[in-house]
Design a protein around this ligand. Structure first.
Ligand code: ZN
Length: 281
């Protein structure tokens, strides 16, 4: 039962992921999302249902269009796999505290709250995945998506505070507290170091994870970002790549690192420098 449900959740995640691919690609282009990835971008060949199965189609076709053999971006496969994995991990993570009794699933304990929580996080991950892909491709975070993220997480934070008493006032204020340093960096550098989108993203991350989790996610994002940047520089020195590639590193967007920090903090309860102990939460 547990394995069947898990497999179902993962497959559902990959199907949502293939839709998110289309959303991320067609966002702000005026093209309809509803028609989906129904044709090849190079030759315009219509895709049959067999070429639209998440993950499997990409692997079977070797990442190439069946007709014109043009390469299909690995982004499709990655987004499908990541969405599937995040949905599955959320299902297990949230479910572990509520409706799994040992290795068997107790359906009777499957409460409305746990179901609503899982759907809430599915929605949040979906928004964050589209933001990541969009920021990675275009080096900008769309306002509508990041405000949707901050709005939903603010409501959830307020519901947690007033109804479930599951967070503190500091957790609600964590959004603006986290956004402020990013806004400051943006203002001081006039948008050269970071974009204002990162401040808006940090606002939502604070609402979503609370104070301790939010600070941990941001610190983690800086660590990973610094690690990747150093890796890039060392890699370029070793391979002595062209000057064209050297400019790439200054254009690395920070949004995906913030989101990666959020994912790790969420699933592993990452708590940088034992902040909980210091503040006595
Ligand atoms: Zn083609």
């Amino acid at each position: 039962m547990f394995l069947t449900l898990s497999l179902f959740v993962f497959i559902f995640g990959t199907i949502v992921g293939s839709f998110l691919n289309v959303v991320a690609l067609r966002y702000n282009t005026g093209l309809s999302f509803a028609r989906g990835r129904s044709q090849c971008f190079s030759c315009g060949k219509g895709l049959s249902w067999r070429e639209l199965i998440p993950v499997l189609s990409y692997i079977v076709l070797g990442g190439k269009c069946k007709k014109c053999k043009s390469k299909i971006s690995v982004q499709y496969l990655l987004v499908e796999l990541v969405t599937g994995a995040l949905f599955l991990a959320t299902f297990i993570h949230v479910g572990a505290n509520t409706f799994f009794a040992g290795s068997s699933v107790s359906v009777s304990a499957f409460t409305f709250v746990s179901l609503a929580t899982i759907i809430y996080y599915f929605f949040i991950w979906s928004i964050l995945i589209v933001i990541s892909v969009y920021d990675f491709r275009h080096k900008i975070i769309p306002d509508s998506l990041v405000f949707l993220f901050a709005g939903i997480t603010l409501i959830a934070s307020l519901v947690g505070f007033f109804y479930f008493h599951s967070n503190t006032l500091l957790d609600i204020l964590a959004g603006p507290i986290l956004a402020l340093p990013f806004w400051f960096l943006w203002a001081v550098s006039r948008g050269r170091w970071i974009g204002l989108g990162d401040a808006k993203l940090a606002l939502g991350i604070g609402f979503m994870l609370g104070f301790v989790g939010g600070v941990s996610a941001v610190v983690l994002a800086f660590w990973i970002g610094a690690g990747v940047s150093i890796g890039f520089i060392v890699g370029q020195r070793l391979l002595s790549l062209s000057s064209k590639n050297l400019t790439m590193k200054s254009e690395i967007s920070f949004g995906p690192f913030l989101i990666l920090g959020t994912v790790i903090t969420f699933f592993f309860s990452f708590d940088v420098m034992g902040l909980s102990a210091i503040f006595g939460f």
